[in-house]
Design a protein around this ligand. Structure first.
Ligand code: ADP
Ligand code: MG
Length: 395
């Protein structure tokens, strides 16, 4: 599928209207009934434009797969509706929705060879017999599996099986492609190369809307035009990957996407997008993002969280000019970087720093710490929010 010149047109001709390819309209899903009912998806609203890729990113159990299943027709929404190209499909059977679906476990038929697996979906979509062989070949070529048509799934590697599963989804020329953690079962190296191939596939399918479910922020950043962050059955934030990473609207997104120190602070002064804040005994410059629709402006006296990315912190000699004094609490080598937990004089919370290479320091060693300028970006602190940096800097 790295062949950029292979192009497939969507069978469902893209309507000349501005209807989104996918609409979730206040979708709720509960599993079980009565007192045993549990909410898996609540008030979920999302629009995906024709040709757009949106990643549903969130921890395990946050409702990502449930959202995808509601769209594919595998679960029935308890409330709300789903639309494809403007058409309400909430009550339509999965096969009639014409969606391509790829799941983590590949779900290939073990007794059928690769060709038959890909042809299966075409038969159930009533593609004329005479067209099937050509369509299968076209789909297998797209994922670089043209030479494997006669193999059985068990004669393929995990990565190859997933390519076949993708070919099977593409063969019906869907205008909507859903992928549920398609790379989760692959080892790290293969996942990386498959990511590159999925990027190429996106380019080859400019009219196909994709919904890509993952718990891996790296996959979301690599593939998505926009990322929808999910937590506890709900959508928390949605924006371009760049915006969510640079100016996370919530502490949850800051921590989940990229890892962050979230230092409680008070706003002293704001001019445009530049703020001066107090954190502990320190006065720091911070970026104050323009408030969103319906959100109040930043004002002096506001409680906020200062999001400082671990990789922007530098460690130096304590005697260096402008350095804050800190004590090393832990230091964990990760290969390319070392994660150093620091207790900084004057700050109430510990800071995590990612420094290049293998940083060796005794526990308890006194070092200097320099924050970038501005030190980070402000995030609103909700009333009763107990967020501190502990744990959220995990990345
Ligand atoms: P994710 O894909 O983000 O890991 P899911 O959508 O699979 O999350 O699950 C969301 C919640 O719904 C979880 O609490 C999960 O345990 C529950 N759940 C998922 N499928 C079922 C099911 N078939 N029956 C009952 N509960 C379910
Ligand atoms: Mg899931």
């Amino acid at each position: 599928m790295s062949d950029g010149d292979v192009q497939m047109k969507s069978a469902t001709t893209v309507a000349a209207t501005s209807e989104p390819a996918i609409v979730f309209d206040r979708v709720g899903v509960s599993y079980g009934r009565g007192r045993k009912a549990s909410v898996a998806l609540a008030d979920f609203t999302l629009r995906v434009a024709v040709g757009e890729t949106v990643a549903l990113l969130g921890p395990s159990g946050s409702g990502k797969s449930t959202a995808l299943k509601a769209l594919a027709g595998f679960v029935r929404p308890t409330t709300g509706s789903v639309r494809l190209a403007g058409r309400d499909v909430t009550d339509l059977s999965p096969a009639k929705r014409g969606i391509g679906v790829v799941v983590q476990s590949y779900a290939l038929f073990p007794h059928m060879n690769v060709h038959s697996n890909v042809a299966f979906g075409l038969k159930s979509h009533r593609v004329p017999r005479g067209d099937i062989a050509a369509r299968v070949t076209e789909a297998l070529d797209m994922v670089g599996m043209g030479g494997y048509a006669k193999r059985l799934p068990r004669e393929l590697s995990g990565g190859q099986q997933q390519r076949v599963a993708i070919a099977r989804a593409l063969a019906i020329k869907p205008s909507v492609l859903l992928l549920d953690e398609p790379l989760a079962a692959l080892d790290a190296q293969l996942r990386h190369s498959m990511l590159g191939e999925l990027q190429a596939l996106r380019k080859a399918l400019p009219d196909t809307a994709m919904l890509y479910v993952t718990h891996d922020q790296a996959e979301a950043l690599a593939l998505a035009d926009r990322i929808a962050v999910m937590r506890d059955s709900r959508l928390v934030d949605i924006d371009t990957a760049e915006n969510l990473w640079r100016r996370p609207p919530t502490d949850f997104t800051a921590g989940f996407l990229g890892g962050a120190n979230l230092v409680p602070c008070t706003v002293n002064h704001v001019t445009g997008t530049a703020a001066l804040v107090t954190a502990g005994d320190a006065t720091l410059r911070a970026e104050a993002p323009q408030p969103g629709v319906g959100l109040a402006d930043w004002a002096p006296g506001d409680d906020a969280l200062l999001c400082i990315r671990p990789h922007t912190i530098t460690i130096c000699k304590p005697s260096e000019r402008d350095a804050m004094r800190a004590t090393v609490s832990t230091s964990v080598w990760r290969g390319a970087t070392t994660r150093v937990e620091l207790s900084v004089d004057g700050l109430s919370d510990a800071l995590a720093a990612d420094v290049a290479g293998h940083f060796t320091a005794e526990i308890g060693a006194v070092v200097g710490v320099k924050l970038p300028d501005p030190a980070g970006v402000l995030i609103p602190r909700a009333v009763g929010d107990t967020a501190t940096n502990s744990g959220s800097a995990a990345s």
